[in-house]
Design a protein around this ligand. Structure first.
Ligand code: BGP
Length: 493
């Protein structure tokens, strides 16, 4: 029996703010990531809310210059046999200020040419409408997603995309990792366009001054995204019944560190809040029963949230997604015992799992967790699933023969793909797999180039030096084989 269904969408994933560059090209306006400086695993990225500081390096400004290399890059993806290419569009390329009366033709044409290039190779574009991107002018004018006027402005942009790219793009995602909006600071800025009053360190350190974060704005902003997403689903279907619109969740599995019932309940709580708070609204069309308890616990105004949920009840119900997509990099473990040590890492907190190895960035590698996640989510929602991010961020060094032998990346992906196959065997309806950062790009959390994910190396370093030339790594040929055999053969030399 085949391990993966026919027509499985193998491919790679990217995000505009992390690889496009051309941050002010052809009339594009500034977007929130354009005011976030570079960092490292130990040093946070500084956000400069007032705007771009002179003589300062901002990684999104050039990215890896996909803006001028897309033909070459898509040709390389086609050479690997990609069936699908995930990318995001930038609102500020269409409407530089978010609320301009007319869209920019240059932005419309740019993305059209990308989609047409993909189609010429038989590659299906998978388009994220909002991947950690928000026009800076709207942050300044309205404060971010918690202002309800943003909903209609965003829908105007979404509607434009659905109309302009009808027939070219069929697969859409509304908001990238929508659940990350609940991560204090990171989520407000990246997810909701809500800015700190002055320069702020976008790290995950407990030393951060988080006093500017208003939990009511965060949860209201997230609710507004749910409403916007639900309306976008309906608009997309009305414009083209062929359209399939998905949610996108940062998949976060938490294991109980011990079989102490307190640990088990703690893990259950983390899994629910991280994954199912957003998942339930977008897949079932309503908040889960425990939402009220969560609002209470986090100090959110319960009355406000109940009013919003009641008011938008029908919209949410009528705008459930067609498929559930998610990113998956690692799992975490959780303990209620304060003496158990932390795992480190820069996104998900938790304790160290003694059964797992971690990446150089402290992310605990767990292929079986992917199978666990797939099966849990499919049991819950019973709609098609798609893994739209998974991969290994690592330091790639050139070997003596002048090449990049990233066999550790091959191992990481092989193990994950093999677990996916088991989930499919268990009956999970899995549509596809787009590996994250198929071409090296800027890290979202640290702003580094050094944290590389790609099958394709890009000559650029953390400070922006390099000639941007592209080179195939060993994993390039391996992935080509995986796709050519529809995932049957994940072995390597
Ligand atoms: C996800 C984001 C991506 C991407 C990825 C890897 O959270 O959706 O944008 O960057 O993580 O993370 P990082 O770049 O921090 O290594």
């Amino acid at each position: 029996m085949a391990r993966f269904p026919e027509g499985f969408l193998w491919g790679g994933a990217t995000a505009a703010n992390q690889f496009e560059g051309g941050y002010d090209a052809d009339g594009k306006g500034l977007s929130v990531p354009d005011i976030i400086m570079g960092g490292t695993v130990d040093t946070p990225r500084i956000v400069t809310p007032a705007g771009v500081r002179p003589n300062t390096y901002y990684p999104s400004h050039q990215g890896i210059d996909f803006y001028h290399h897309y033909k070459e890059d898509i040709a390389l993806f086609a050479e690997m046999g990609f069936k699908c290419f995930r990318l995001s569009v930038q609102w500020s390329r269409f409407y530089p200020n978010g609320d301009d009366p007319e869209p920019l033709q240059a932005g419309i044409d740019y993305y059209r040419d990308i989609f047409e290039t993909c189609k010429s190779y038989g590659i299906e574009p998978l388009v994220t409408l909002s991947h950690y991107e928000f026009p800076l002018a709207l942050s300044h004018k309205y404060g971010g997603w918690d202002d309800e006027r943003v909903i209609d402005l965003w829908l105007r942009f979404a509607d434009l995309c659905f109309r302009e790219y009808k027939g070219l793009v069929k697969y859409w995602l509304t908001f990238n990792e929508i659940n990350c909006a609940m991560m204090p600071g990171f989520g407000d800025i990246y997810g909701l366009g809500i800015l700190p009053p002055k320069d702020w360190a976008l790290g995950f350190s407990s030393d951060n001054d988080n006093s500017w974060i208003d939990i009511n704005r965060t949860f209201h902003g997230l609710h507004n995204q749910f409403v916007a997403s639900a309306k976008a689903v309906q608009i997309a279907h009305a414009i083209d019944p062929e359209n399939m619109v998905g949610c996108m969740i940062a998949g976060q599995i938490a294991y109980p560190y011990s079989c102490n019932p307190d640990d088990v309940l703690d893990a259950q709580k983390k899994i629910r809040e991280n994954n199912f708070y957003c998942g339930d609204v977008q897949c079932r069309g309503e908040y889960p029963g425990w939402a009220k308890a969560l609002w209470e616990e986090r100090g959110v105004d319960v009355e406000m949230m109940e009013d919003l949920a009641y008011r938008d009840e029908e919209t949410l119900l009528n705008g459930v997604v067609d498929f559930y997509s998610f990113s998956y990099y690692m799992s975490s473990a959780t303990s209620t015992d304060p003496s158990v040590a932390g795992a480190g890492g820069n996104i998900f907190t938790g304790v160290k799992n003694p059964y797992l190895k971690a990446s150089d960035w402290g992310w605990q590698i767990d292929p079986k967790g992917l199978r666990y996640y797939l099966e849990e989510v499919y049991d819950r929602y019973q709609i098609p699933l798609m893994i739209v991010e998974n991969g290994l961020g690592a330091v790639d060094e050139r070997s003596e023969d002048g090449k990049f032998h990233d066999t550790y990346r091959i191992d990481y992906m092989r193990e994950h793909i093999d677990e996916m196959a088991k989930a499919v065997h268990d009956g999970v309806d899995l549509m596809g797999y787009t590996m994250w950062g198929c071409i090296d790009l800027v890290s979202a959390s640290t702003g580094e180039m050094k944290k590389r994910y790609g099958f394709i190396y890009v000559d650029k370093d953390n400070d922006g030096n390099g000639d941007l030339h592209r080179e195939k790594k060993e994993s390039f040929d391996w992935y080509k084989q995986v796709i050519a055999t529809n995932g049957e053969d994940t072995s390597w030399k």
